[in-house]
Design a protein around this ligand. Structure first.
Ligand SMILES: NC(=O)c1ccc[n+]([C@@H]2O[C@H](COP(=O)([O-])OP(=O)(O)OC[C@H]3O[C@@H](n4cnc5c(N)ncnc54)[C@H](O)[C@@H]3O)[C@@H](O)[C@H]2O)c1
Length: 343
């Protein structure tokens, strides 16, 4: 088929492999190359039967790809995202950046600057936006079905223990991971931002309860704030739950009714009681990404690639823009600053 979009992937780890497989199999996309600093990762690509160019650094990719690819997926550790995005944009590539877009608003602004000068597109992975309960929640608020929003409470209680951190050389580090709100819970902060908008006046307290020798930062915290659009909110989170994830939920109290989207990863509407409103039957949510002993967010990545194809064809726009990616990073940064976690 003509005019397939040519992708390359940088970072061939857990999520980079998922990107590669979807791109390789999807009829509208071609996989041109994979780049990873670890040679051992390439063995896996042989198992996946991926016949593509293989490079071991972004420098080698930039030198040898020579703009054969249209767009590059950045699926390396969090702390590398913005630097790689700027270099790729300046070299004439569109980019898809895994979450979080970066680890500070300032770094994200550099990406937006490079996007402006290069005239290339930036997509940010926010695949939980495609889950039916997320779409439903967004519509409930946009159509003001529950009236004025008074309170929004986000609760994320997960398990990430030695099984998770001991198998990685970057997770748990300040510079490359950044914190639990960046790596584990940025999807849920994204949903909150997407539906309820920006926050102000955050107050927060964060702790490292059960990971003192495993990670450089928080594993748990409470944050409270106001929404610019009215109402108050909180984000309560922990990766200290014993053995397995417990829940990721959002409880919303409005003047004309209340609802709760819950489950392990905000995958079902658990409560809805709203004046003159009958809860419709929602389509099934995709299962979570399964990483063996622990689970992640919804396996919705194929929608991300469909969105890129549709956007390139002029029939859609990026589901999550660079500005929105930056806003999520900024909310996390402001929460951590309020907790005196980031000086
Ligand atoms: N959207 C989601 O649901 C989701 C899920 C998991 C991870 N992620 C994000 O994807 C990114 C990768 O996470 P992961 O779990 O796949 O990590 P991972 O450790 O499994 O994979 C990272 C890969 O990048 C390679 N790498 C490291 N530094 C590199 C560099 N400088 N250049 C090239 N390759 C390099 C490593 O060798 C490794 O293979 C992170 O930003 C993470 O937050 C998103």
């Amino acid at each position: 088929m003509k005019n397939k979009i040519k992708f390359s992937v940088i970072g061939f780890g857990r999520i980079g492999k998922r990107h590669s497989k979807i791109i390789y199999e999807y009829e509208f996309t071609d996989l041109i190359s994979i780049t990873d600093v670890a040679y051992s990762q390439f063995e896996e690509s042989n198992n996946l039967d991926l016949e593509v160019d293989k490079f071991t650094s972004i420098e080698e990719f930039l030198e040898k790809d020579n703009n054969k690819s249209d767009i590059v997926c950045i699926a390396t550790p969090n702390g590398t995202h913005t630097d790689y995005a700027v270099r790729l944009l300046n070299a004439g590539y569109h980019v898809l950046i895994e979450k979080p877009m970066g680890l500070s608003q300032e770094e994200c602004l550099r990406v937006i600057g490079a996007q402006e000068t290069s005239n290339k597109r930036v997509f940010v992975v926010k695949q939980n936006r495609y889950s039916p309960p997320s779409v439903w929640m967004k519509e409930m608020i946009e159509k003001k079905v529950i009236g004025d929003v008074l309170m929004v409470q986000v609760n994320c209680y997960w398990n990430r223990d030695g099984r998770y951190y001991s198998s990685s050389n970057w997770k748990g580090t300040r510079d490359l991971d950044g914190g639990a709100l960046f790596t584990q819970f940025s999807h849920f902060i994204d949903l909150m931002y997407w539906v309820f908008g920006d926050i102000r006046n955050p107050k927060a307290i964060v702790k490292n309860f059960t990971h003192p020798d495993l990670i450089d930062f928080d594993d748990s915290g409470f944050a409270q704030f106001e929404f610019e659009s009215g109402g108050i909110g909180s984000v309560n989170y922990s990766t200290s739950c014993w053995d397995k994830n417990m829940e990721s939920s959002i409880t919303v109290i409005g003047k004309k009714g209340s609802f709760k989207v819950g489950g392990q990863y905000m995958n079902k509407v658990e409560y809805c009681h709203v004046e003159d409103y009958e809860m419709p039957e929602l389509p099934e949510t995709n299962p979570p990404n399964n990483y063996g002993p622990y689970k992640g967010s919804a396996a919705n990545h194929h929608y991300v690639f469909e969105n890129i194809v549709e956007t390139f064809a002029g029939r859609s726009k990026p589901t999550a823009s660079s500005f929105e990616g930056m806003k999520v990073v900024s909310i996390i940064e402001r929460i951590y600053k309020a907790a005196k976690f980031i000086k």
